[in-house]
Write a protein that binds this ligand. Structure first.
Ligand SMILES: *Cc1c(COP(=O)(O)O)cnc(C)c1O
Length: 380
């Protein structure tokens, strides 16, 4: 028998994994377990048996199904879901550091993550160093005797530089350092960091996994032992995902590969056209052959999603002008939904670049909008 491709396996996980119609009267969609409490058989009074579900802050069957699907996609032993991406991030970090420890983190990671590491953790005596992460040596050189954690985001969602996940995981293992990667941009479909030796792969599920701009959620995967530590934090800090959102996340997963294919096709087309527009100086998108880290792209990513950035000739003011004239791209900080979005972010030189999320409006509609705004920059 021919072996299945990872993508083929993933499509099976998204549609059917962990589900048994007979458990729910043949219902094609499992019901939402909208309960806070599970009662326990009275025999347990005398002979306490562990029960899988007892209280909704600890676990919930709907969240559990979402978690099992994500763990299967990530090729991890276990996943845990959270009330937001930030709850996943802060819980996974807190599970792995204590007073006196040191974290090395990516300087272009998601800004609330940076603030958490920079402003909140020092209150508990946890130190930090931020590095550009383009070379493994950035991490190697930042290691101190008390370094316990490398925090990564690859590709990072501003100008999309990758970190060498295999090499960084190998370095970390030598020094007993835990590695966490924010995998939100690639999703578990296009990148599987656990298979590269990374300890925790986490996501904001508010973006592509939910996919419809109608929920806030997060999820993290790793070994059973690692997730046991994280589960302890989730129980005591109370950050579990609610059943309604977990159910919506499962629904989002059903169409994830289909949506990603559409985002990829449209974003590649837009990126290629942007590259040729005379008002555009640089396009930051790992899917372009002009993207500088080709080898890493091929070694780590199996596809590209809908979020990309570009720099405009002239700099920040010109970028702002281009963004402000767009009609179909609404201004906002989020992405990963059905709709196109625009935001302004700084690149490494402090210059503002235009970040766009390419949604499901027709690519010609979106290009006409972008071209119209960019043309104004060269005709002035
Ligand atoms: C949005 C985002 C987060 C945070 O997720 P929330 O669900 O909003 O808490 C984390 N990482 C990245 C890359 C994001 O874009």
């Amino acid at each position: 028998m021919e072996s299945k491709t990872p993508f083929q396996e993933d499509t099976e996980i998204l549609t059917h994994f962990g589900e048994n119609y007979a458990d729910h009267l043949g219902a094609v969609v499992p019901p939402i377990y909208m309960n806070s409490l599970h009662v326990v058989p009275k025999e347990n009074l005398y002979d306490p048996q562990p029960v899988p579900f007892i209280y909704g802050r600890v676990s919930n069957p709907t969240a559990d199904l979402f978690e099992r699907k994500i763990a299967a996609l990530e090729r991890a032993e276990k996943a845990l879901s959270f009330a937001s991406g930030m709850a996943a991030i802060s819980s996974c970090i807190l599970a792995n550091v204590q007073q006196g420890d040191h974290i090395v983190a990516l300087d272009f990671s998601y800004s609330p993550t940076r603030e958490f590491i920079k402003n909140d953790l020092p209150k508990f005596g946890i130190e930090n160093t931020f590095v550009s992460g383009k070379d493994v040596s950035n991490f190697a050189n930042a290691i101190r005797p008390n370094t316990k954690l490398f925090y990564l985001e690859s590709p990072a969602t501003g100008i999309f530089y990758l970190q060498d996940l295999r090499a960084i995981a190998e370095l970390a293992k030598k020094h007993n350092i835990v590695t966490i990667v924010d995998n939100s941009w690639a999703t578990p479909i296009f990148q599987k960091p656990i298979t590269f030796g990374i300890d925790i792969s986490l996501h904001t599920a508010s973006k592509y996994i939910g996919g419809h701009s109608d929920l806030i959620a997060g999820v993290a995967s790793g070994s059973a032992a690692m997730m046991e530590k994280v589960h302890h934090i989730r129980m005591n800090y109370g950050g579990i995902l609610g059943p309604m959102e977990a159910w919506l996340c499962i629904r989002g997963l059903r169409t994830l590969t289909v949506r990603l294919k559409a985002h990829q096709e449209a974003a590649l087309e837009i990126a290629n056209r942007l590259l040729k527009h005379p008002a555009v100086r640089e396009v930051y998108y790992p899917g372009l052959p002009s993207f500088p880290q080709q080898e890493l792209v091929k070694a780590q990513l199996t596809g590209f999603t809908g979020l990309l950035s570009f720099a405009v000739h002239g700099g920040s003011e010109q970028a702002k002008a281009v963004a402000s004239r767009l009609q179909w791209f609404n201004l906002g900080p989020s992405w990963g939904g059905f709709e196109s979005m625009v935001n302004l972010l700084e690149n490494e030189d402090g210059e503002h670049v235009v970040r766009i999320h390419v949604g499901f409006e027709d690519v010609e509609t979106l290009w006409a909008d972008l071209k119209g705004s960019l043309d104004r920059e060269i005709n002035q």
